[in-house]
Design a protein around this ligand. Structure first.
Ligand code: ADP
Ligand code: MG
Length: 304
């Protein structure tokens, strides 16, 4: 189970109120800070009768988990608005801003892109004319970090993602899996508190995909960032997710918010549990039928 934020402990020795004085009320438990809030968010493209509703009335809140992070998997059928949700959170046009409703991060309304919200998408977005090291360090350059420090940090990150020795290669010389690792390193080097990933492993073969999942878990735990991961794989959602947002289509909307147990086990061990398979199968069934949230799912709790 993920650790729930603990309330601030009451001091061991409370001040004894003088006779006749009212006893001070105990301190209210400290709520963890709000990281992300979607408040009745609707996004339409176009206007008038031709307007197309991409997502309708999406609301959820994610709190900061002190000294850890969380991975929130977003699942749903094609066209239900997963990318729209992620891109509104990233502050990227044309999805940002919402047509109605509000998207908040760190207690402020999102006004555009920010380095606190890093995005890794399917297309890897590498610059073909830059080497691996320069691609990884590109964001640092924009921040004005000096050349020698950039090089050192880019090399550290190349090593972390298993690209040591490939720093001077160009993207066209790399496999899809390697390009994806460059893209992940280029985003994580900026230490975003919120990491947004849109089907990042979709194009990878199953073995590389599993390696990338494990790498991602290791890295985001190290950085204690909160990850929003759009995936079409229920296995990936259940294996990686602390929470799952399930969406349905026509119109795109949020239908289920789940909180999953998080045993610290390698994927192979986790796949042995019956709850893992039951949950994956049931989620898939609900997703395929666009079923409303109904009843308990094995191995999960309602998202509080
Ligand atoms: P998903 O990522 O779940 O497949 P999207 O968020 O990409 O879904 O799209 C949700 C809906 O919004 C789809 O019907 C899509 O056609 C529409 N849509 C997405 N982006 C645009 C856009 N830039 N212009 C018009 N319609 C869009
Ligand atoms: Mg999409």
């Amino acid at each position: 189970m993920p650790e729930e934020p603990k309330p601030t402990p009451t001091p061991a020795a409370e001040a004894v109120p003088a006779a006749g004085q009212a006893k001070p009320s105990p301190p209210a438990p400290v709520e963890p800070a709000e990281l992300v809030r979607f408040e009745k968010v609707t996004k339409s493209f176009g206007t008038g009768p031709a307007a197309k509703v991409a997502v309708q009335d999406v609301s959820f809140v994610v709190h900061d988990q002190p000294n850890s992070g969380e991975l929130i998997a977003i699942v749903g059928p094609s066209g239900c608005g997963k990318s729209t949700v992620l891109r509104m959170l990233a502050g990227l046009l044309p999805h940002h801003p919402p047509t109605t409703g509000e998207v908040w991060a760190f207690g402020k309304r999102i006004a555009g892109p920010s380095a606190e919200r890093g995005m890794v998408d399917q297309k890897y977005s590498l610059m073909p004319h830059l080497t691996v090291a320069d691609n990884i360090a590109f964001g640092l350059k924009l921040r004005g970090v000096a050349g020698s420090e950039r090089r050192d940090r880019a090399h550290d990150w190349a090593k972390k993602v298993g690209l040591e020795g490939s720093e001077d290669k160009y993207p066209s010389e790399l496999s899809g899996g390697m390009q994806q690792r460059v893209s992940i390193a280029a985003t994580l080097i900026l230490e975003p508190k919120i990491l947004l990933m849109d089907e990042p492993f979709g194009a990878l073969d199953p073995k590389i995909r599993m390696q990338m999942q494990e790498l991602l878990v290791k890295l985001w735990r190290e950085q204690q960032s909160t990850v929003f991961l759009v995936t079409h794989s229920m296995e990936e959602a259940v294996y990686l997710g602390d929470r799952v947002l399930r969406m349905a289509a026509k119109p795109g909307r949020l239908v289920e918010k789940l909180h999953l147990p998080r045993p610290d086990e390698p994927p192979d061990a986790m796949r042995q549990h019956s709850w893992f398979n039951e949950l994956t199968q049931e989620l898939l069934r609900r997703l395929e039928t666009d079923a409303p949230a109904s009843g308990e799912l094995p191995g999960s709790e309602k998202w509080r």
